[in-house]
Design a protein. Sequence first.
Lengths: 240, 106
Amino acid sequence: MNCIIIDDEETARMIIQQLCSQVDQLSVIEEFPNAIQAIKFLNSNKIDLIFLDIHMPDFTGFDFIQTLKNPPQIILTTSDKNFALEAFEYECIVDYLVKPITLPRFLKAIQKVETDALEKKEITESSAGENNSSSSEENDLYVNIDRRLIKIDLPTINIIEAKGDYILIKTEKQNYTVHSTLKKIEEKLPDDLFLKVHRSYIINFKKIIDIEDNSVLIEKDVIPVSRSNRPELMKRLNLL
Amino acid sequence: MNEAPNLNYIKELAAGSEEFEQKLITIVKREFPEEKKEFLKNYSAKCFEEAAEHVHKLKHKIGMLGFEKGYQLTIKFEEELKKNEFSQFSKFMLILESIENFLKIH
């Protein structure tokens, strides 16, 4: 864990350096006697943890935090207990150490930092998982066949053909006849995968094998392409 | 005030490293007179808010040199100064003198 120390008092910086040296996973990259110098450093360096004094001339610890767009984890180090309430209004502040700082209290703060980092990681992963599951939901389409809702994985669809009051959905594995219209299903399909090429056909244009004049070949099916839909089809293709 | 400064906190921090102990004491010896001087300058000039800032810095050193009651008195004095009050001044000065004498022999 890369960290920096910001404190206008040299004694305090040396004490925090010494405390950090007792913890294997902490590596003090730099120390600063004021916040301005630290801001310049943070513009070009990625840091995991900051030990930050509140009481500094000109620019306080809180002023400093407000300048950071994505603040790393912060442990406040101060001789003043009065700022504790204000401190916990900032999500990045993990702990508040009152000087003189003892080793047991310091170790407790580092433990909090680790727990906090782990919790934030879990939240990030779980929200990433939710995003994945929502994108997988976007890839599914449920169709009503014989009073059963059957899930079809959209990218596996090759073509959809209108058949009177029904549509025929041809997928990589099997075909489904569903009581619906092309217009209705077209609204449910992602534009980046499907294209209506004829009044009776929607195709998955990623499945095109070749194109000849007014038709496309998908699997073994030759699908007609109407003159009005051809420009859109050509626009979507990655032509050499 | 019966308290006297000690090196317990510094020795505990040093965990046997005499080099660290000496280095830290050297820094304290350098910073302390400066902070005391600045405090007195502002106090004499009746710039009590600035004086309180220096008391705040001295408070850390008073704490790390083992003063417990003295630390509490300093907190009180710092708060007093912010309100332009100074009933604790003489007691605070006794702490500073005690530290000054202690640092002379270390």
